[in-house]
Design a protein around this ligand. Structure first.
Ligand code: SF4
Length: 340
């Protein structure tokens, strides 16, 4: 299968129906042994220092990994991708634009999908057959998610890793299914994490230092039981058709669509506190104002740029936040004991 890079989660069913193997360029960037090198390539080619590292990194991935075809999400994700696409064209790449409709409307989604299928030389009927093939993998990912918050047998990092990977199923959905099935068997034999552990939500785009972040929080008595955007990648509301599935996928639309999902899950998963991750120089960081107004839980906003590990400064801020949450949880418990 010919590879096609994707700059964000897209209707991969259409790409696969057209004979392409989707490659999530973000996942390639963070799993590269030296992601800083890929960001540096973009800077040497003229990308400004104050441009988001994801954009620069995926540019470096395209060049270093020889990705010739790229589906660039120009609407519903990131306006920087428009200019990234122009530079990729300049470098001789076949960069194809894809824009989500500005409203989560299945009819408009249907026509967006039809025009993508026509561009790539396939049909929505063929893409629907691929959707059926991918569904067992998505079901397993959502089962892992359920085990994370209901049974407490899955770590926040595992939850992040397997959900974020559903954007391209690590380029091999059969292998993904097999390996995840193996992990679920391991989880079924595990003891649950202790109930005293703090329960956190992670909202916002996946972080550049995810590998360190989840482990650091777990070492300090807290586990992420809700990864907002990563869970959306697994299509938790598939609906009856491809167009419903991608209209129900909240990430490309208004922040208020995301908030409905976030608030439901915060209640359901009994979350103690929220980590909101923002990427330096990203317009989505402004959404912190809306989240802080709408979410009635303690929130820590963390920013990442081009450090693919946790700096001491961020570690200290996380530890102070967790300490505050633990004290407030103990305070509530004492008050309840005093009343009863
Ligand atoms: S983090 Fe923000 S600026 Fe960077 S690629 Fe994503 S949406 Fe664009």
């Amino acid at each position: 299968m010919k590879k096609i890079g994707i700059t964000s989660t897209v209707p991969i069913e259409v790409l696969m129906a057209a004979g392409y193997q989707p490659v999530d360029l973000n996942n390639v960037l963070v799993t590269d042994p030296n992601p800083e090198r890929l960001v540096n390539i973009a800077e040497r080619h003229g990308f400004p220092l104050n441009c988001c590292s994801w954009i620069k990194g995926i540019y470096g991935v395209c060049l270093e990994y020889g990705i010739d075809n790229i589906l660039c999400v120009t609407g519903g994700d990131c306006s920087n991708t428009i200019m990234l696409m122009e530079v990729l064209k300049l470098k001789g790449r076949n960069a194809i634009p894809f824009a989500y409709p500005d409203q989560p409307d299945p009819r408009r989604m249907q026509s967006t999908l039809q025009s993508l299928a026509a561009t790539l030389g396939t049909t929505l009927e063929a893409a629907t057959r691929v959707r059926d093939e991918l569904q067992p993998g998505r079901d397993l990912a959502l089962r892992l998610d359920e085990l994370t918050w209901k049974e407490s047998t899955v770590s926040g990092w595992e939850n992040h890793l397997w959900l974020v990977s559903t954007s391209d199923f690590n380029q091999d959905f059969h292998k993904y299914h097999r390996e995840l099935q193996g992990l679920l068997e391991v989880c079924s034999r595990r003891q649950p994490y202790p109930s005293e552990q703090l329960r956190l939500a992670y909202i916002g785009v996946p972080s550049v230092y995810a590998r360190d972040l989840y482990r650091h929080m777990e070492r300090h008595g807290a586990r992420v039981v809700f990864n907002e955007v990563q869970r959306q990648f697994a299509m938790p509301e598939p609906g009856e058709s491809l167009s419903e599935q991608y209209a129900n996928y909240t990430y490309p639309y208004s922040i208020y669509e995301r908030l409905k999902d976030i608030k439901t899950e915060l209640r359901r998963r009994q979350v103690d506190g929220v980590i909101h991750y923002v990427q330096a120089f990203c317009h989505r960081g402004i959404g912190d104002i809306v989240f802080r107004d709408a979410i009635d839980l303690p929130m820590l906003t963390l920013e990442g740029n081009d450090d693919f590990f946790l700096t001491n400064h961020i570690q200290t801020r996380i530890e102070a936040f967790l300490d505050m949450l633990a004290r407030s949880r103990r305070g509530i418990k004492y008050k309840q004991q005093a009343i009863s």
